[in-house]
Write a protein that binds this ligand. Structure first.
Ligand SMILES: NC(=O)c1ccc[n+]([C@@H]2O[C@H](COP(=O)([O-])OP(=O)(O)OC[C@H]3O[C@@H](n4cnc5c(N)ncnc54)[C@H](O)[C@@H]3O)[C@@H](O)[C@H]2O)c1
Length: 357
């Protein structure tokens, strides 16, 4: 298994290279390809990064090479983190629409080249935003079962971590999903929540505590309200107060709001994104079949809604994802189902507005 990181000179790409090597996801005989642009600083910086990685991890480095054009990408697993990112300051504005149009070209150039020059068995994990756009573009060129967006995985792990903190357990003991869009149309699926090791009564009490008197359909409006409060605090330079405000919210809201302030504080979320992407890679490479929440391109026969890109739990292995699980009749709350249908519509509308209908 060889891995390519597209956009390897970016903040996420560099952190991801360190994660892949330090977790020894590749043996010394396998290859890590660092992919950047010929123009700009990448061409020289990637050779520097290659040397730095050898210097840091001499005993465990895989073979590392540098590629500077889409035609030269050659790997079994492609981690896509190239392109523009949302600004880290609340005063610099680039609309999501402009970000999408800029990144659509980058997605297209690599997806069409992989379709022409790849071996046809590649798995692709999209990190670049909008994740749903990347999944849509790649799924038009490659087998959709081999394309994943890591947004739902990251959002679900954040939800589990925040819940774990409140109940004083390790994140690995918490089950629960954050599905839908990696954006404003996120859907926490608390009806699939439980803590391993708690009995039925303890889990029911934990769920009551978690939900309080809130309904799944209220979540999107709460996110919008709290985002406006935080944007105001960050604009008036009260970043510490913004973090305190976000930390006072319930776990599902914290899972969305804390990364948002982290990004606009200037720190970005490169380290956590790289760590969680590497964890997802580790699961996929384990060789077994695991359940991974991810944005994928669904056919209407895959779930209870229409065809399109959506964050859902899928069974996944080295040949890609095979089916959606945990969303059957009676498995989730009726209101959560409605929220997922609404999220799917939001994503379809956005893709149409970005020229992909
Ligand atoms: N999914 C998530 O949870 C998540 C979290 C953080 C960041 N992101 C996204 O990841 C992406 C990268 O973020 P970052 O902070 O590393 O940004 P960055 O600006 O630091 O890096 C982007 C890199 O992409 C490279 N690039 C641009 N066009 C390219 C092309 N055509 N070919 C090869 N390389 C190209 C740039 O040279 C740069 O090195 C952004 O879209 C960001 O929104 C996603």
């Amino acid at each position: 298994m060889d891995i390519a990181i597209i956009g390897a000179n970016g903040d996420v790409g560099r952190a991801l290279a360190v994660q892949i090597i330090s977790r020894q996801l590749l043996t010394p005989r396998q290859r890590l390809q660092l992919v950047g642009r010929r123009e700009g600083g990448s061409a020289s910086a990637l050779h520097g990064l290659r040397a730095d990685l050898h210097d840091a991890f001499a005993e465990i480095t895989p073979e590392i090479d540098v590629a500077l054009s889409p035609e030269d990408v050659a790997a079994d697993l492609i981690l896509f983190c190239a392109g523009r990112t949302a600004p880290t300051s609340s005063t610099q504005m680039i609309s999501r629409h402009d970000l999408a149009l800029a990144n659509r070209e980058v997605f297209e150039s690599y997806a069409s080249s992989l379709a022409r020059h790849g071996h046809g068995e590649e798995l692709v994990i999209i990190v670049t935003n909008p994740v749903e756009l990347g999944v849509e573009v790649f799924s038009r060129h490659l087998d959709p079962r081999r394309v994943f967006g890591m947004g739902a995985y990251q959002d679900s792990m954040r939800l589990r971590r925040e819940i774990a903190t409140d109940f004083g357990v390790r994140r690995q003991r918490v089950h629960g999903y954050m599905l839908g869009e990696h954006g404003d149309a996120l859907v926490p699926i608390l009806s699939r929540f439980w803590i391993y090791g708690f009995d039925e009564a303890e889990n029911a009490a934990a769920l009551r505590k978690l939900r309080g008197d809130r309904h799944p359909g209220d979540f999107a409006a709460s996110v919008m309200t709290e985002k406006a409060v935080l944007a105001q605090l960050v604009r008036s330079n009260e970043v510490e107060q913004a973090f305190r405000h976000a930390e006072s919210q319930p776990p599902d809201l914290r899972a969305v709001l804390l990364p948002l302030i982290t990004h606009i504080s200037g720190a970005k979320t490169a380290q956590s994104t790289a760590a969680i992407t590497a964890e997802m890679v580790e699961q996929i490479l384990s060789g077994g079949q695991s359940v991974i929440p991810a944005q994928v391109k669904l056919a209407a026969s895959d779930w209870f809604g229409p065809a399109g890109v959506l964050g859902v739990p899928v069974i996944c292995g080295l040949r890609g994802w095979s089916r959606v699980i945990d969303l059957g009749e009676g498995e989730i709350d009726g209101e959560e189902r409605d929220c997922l249908l609404a999220a799917s519509q939001v994503i379809r509308d956005r893709l149409t507005s970005w020229g992909l209908s």
